[in-house]
Design a protein around this ligand. Structure first.
Ligand code: ASC
Length: 130
């Protein structure tokens, strides 16, 4: 899929970056920093759920040897089952977030937001430096 390991790093960082931008827009509504807009929330949740599927191939064999800056810990490659558990959990939460967003109900969105954020954080705590 990738011509060189550095492309894989760019790909996984790019997809996670886009996901974070759109998740942040939902967070702004959940936290009352911007007005709730059901359509915008659902559109953002679609992007989050789509992006959530992408980063993982970018952590493939050999990509730990890329010369690009990365905060991925060696455990991503040495504890692959645990890493996949976190990745699967996060994808599941983003699907729940999308379903909640599509109900057009802010309380449902709020209820799904925390568990999704926690699934991001759990993986970062275990597999990301700093
Ligand atoms: C975000 C973002 C993350 C997660 C995490 C949740 O918006 O960029 O990495 O939420 O901070 O705790």
């Amino acid at each position: 899929q990738f011509a060189k390991p550095e492309d894989a790093v760019k790909y996984r960082q790019g997809s996670l970056f886009v996901m974070a931008q759109h998740f942040g827009r939902i967070g702004a509504m959940v936290n009352g920093r911007v007005p709730y807009d059901a359509k915008a929330a659902a559109d953002n949740a679609e992007v989050v759920a789509d992006m959530a599927k992408l980063p993982w191939t970018g952590f493939g064999p050999g990509t730990d040897k890329a010369s690009s800056p990365t905060r991925a810990k060696p455990e991503v490659w040495s504890e692959q089952i645990k890493f996949k558990d976190h990745a699967d959990k996060m994808q599941g939460e983003t699907q729940k977030l999308l379903a909640a967003a599509k109900t057009n109900n802010l309380d449902n969105l709020k209820a799904a937001f925390g568990p999704t954020a926690n699934s991001c954080k759990a993986c970062h705590d275990a597999f990301r430096k700093e």
